[in-house]
Design a protein around this ligand. Structure first.
Ligand code: HEC
Length: 118
């Protein structure tokens, strides 16, 4: 009987964790492009005023997939993607900053595209 109760509470705990995980995922995905625009002023020096840099060493961010931008910024922040410049900028960003910046840059029109298929 006690064992059964224990298993039941374990299942409830697992379900709660699962639900919490789903909500955490949703919260992370919800970036605010307007807030991102304000946070992007420091980025403009290198990545261009509208996320379109004129200098080849600074990647174009405008129109990039939001999930790609989130992944790139998280990777600079945790060091899995190594770049001395971006480590400094990404290191100061919160998860919400990253979501907002990604929402902003992905919303901009940009020249990024995949190659045309023959
Ligand atoms: C001093 C110049 C500079 C500033 C300011 C700067 N970046 Fe960067 N950023 C770079 C460079 C250089 C790279 C390429 C690094 C590499 O090779 O991984 C880069 C790469 C990136 C990438 C990866 C792009 C890709 O196509 O993989 C993202 C995303 C990014 N920056 C976002 C930002 C954001 C957001 C800000 C503002 C918070 C910012 N950067 C500020 C210089 C800068």
């Amino acid at each position: 009987m006690i064992m059964l109760k224990f298993i039941k509470s374990l299942r409830i705990a697992a379900a709660t964790l699962l639900i919490a995980g789903v909500f955490a995922g949703a919260a992370q995905a919800a970036g605010d492009a307007a807030a991102g625009a304000e946070k992007a002023t420091t980025c403009a020096a290198c990545h261009g005023a509208n996320g379109i840099s004129e200098i080849v060493t600074y990647p174009i961010l405008a129109g990039q997939y939001s999930s790609y931008l989130v992944h790139a910024l998280q990777s600079y922040r945790d060091g899995t993607r190594e770049n001395a410049i971006m480590a400094g900028f990404a290191g100061a960003l919160s998860d919400q900053d990253i979501a907002d910046l990604a929402a902003y840059f992905s919303s901009l029109p940009g020249p990024l595209r995949t190659a045309d298929r023959p």
